[in-house]
Design a protein around this ligand. Structure first.
Ligand code: ZN
Length: 294
């Protein structure tokens, strides 16, 4: 148990960054055709997983006014709502676009928290929207060009008239409990000593509970019971909905599948490394709420 982990624990998943509540005081979401493009406003300029900000005031702020000189967007600016009651537009720039003087690119993903939760959440929202915009230019049925359905994020194909809506991918994440220990895994590609709960995408024909049981069986060979819903988090990397559960161990020996999972351990709170669960994620919230504070 550590004091630091207790202090950072959130009351419930609704308070997690990347969920709408983190910005609702300042941000009013609107579809692009409802955001005026001819009046001054704020900019969300994304470069990879960083947000361009000015730091002249001492803390990161969104650019305001005309698009800064030297910024070369890869598409026309897209209005996504109002920020502090001013129009908010977003663009993405390439990694080789040199930043104008006075601007800094700060990560909205990962352990660098120079951006507060509010700006990280806003950047995540814009990134998720631009991901959809880039993947919805052409119809996946016939290849025709798509255009926006007014007042929505949906698109309609100009040739076959098929309608497409944003793709948000449901993904379960589960903390399996056995007495005072928790099943944590190291995914293939994760650095040594960094562990997370079991997670995976919902498959065709599955309930969320069936998905939880399957992922635990496939990834570590365990049986579970008493599956309880904990909460959810929007995860804009690029466009997942993370749905969290707690479950009790019911049988089997931990056997990593060797493909997606290379280590599987029963760990108690004191033995869980501080980097486990990932930054600002529901995985970290699960560990801090149920495992680390025990
Ligand atoms: Zn089509």
């Amino acid at each position: 148990m550590t004091t630091a982990s207790k202090c950072t624990a959130k009351k419930d998943t609704g308070d997690l960054p990347y969920n709408a509540k983190a910005i609702k005081t300042w941000f009013s979401p609107l579809p692009p055709d409802a955001v005026p493009l001819d009046t001054p406003g704020f900019w969300i300029i994304l470069q990879g997983q960083t947000l361009l900000v000015t730091t002249a005031s001492g803390s990161p702020e969104l650019p305001y006014g005309p698009l800064p000189e030297g910024i070369l967007p890869d598409a026309a600016p897209l209005g996504i709502g109002l920020w502090q009651e001013k129009p908010l537009r977003t663009v993405r720039i390439s990694n080789d676009n040199t930043l104008p003087s006075g601007y800094e690119a700060l990560p909205f993903f990962g352990p660098d928290h120079r951006l507060d939760e509010r700006l990280a959440t806003l950047a995540g929202r814009a990134s998720q929207i631009l991901h959809w915009e880039r993947r919805s230019r052409f119809c996946s049925v016939c290849g025709g060009e798509m255009s926006r359905i007014p007042a929505t994020w949906g698109k309609r194909c100009g040739l076959c008239r098929e309608i497409h809506f944003p793709h948000i991918h449901p993904c379960v994440i589960v903390l399996v409990k056995r007495d005072d220990k928790f099943m944590l895994i190291r995914k293939a590609g994760a650095v040594a000593g960094r562990f997370s709960p079991i997670a995976g995408f919902v498959d065709f024909g599955e309930s969320l509970e069936e998905c939880v049981r399957r992922e635990v069986r496939e990834e570590v060979g365990l049986k579970i019971t008493n599956i309880r819903y904990l909460g959810s988090q929007n995860w804009p990397f690029p466009s997942q909905q993370m749905i969290a559960f707690l479950a009790d161990y019911a049988g089997g020996e931990p056997t990593p599948d060797g493909v997606e999972v290379i280590e599987a351990h029963w760990l108690t709170g004191d033995a869980i490394p501080s980097t486990s669960g990932g930054s600002r994620s529901i995985a970290r919230w699960m560990l801090e709420t149920f495992a680390i504070n025990i």
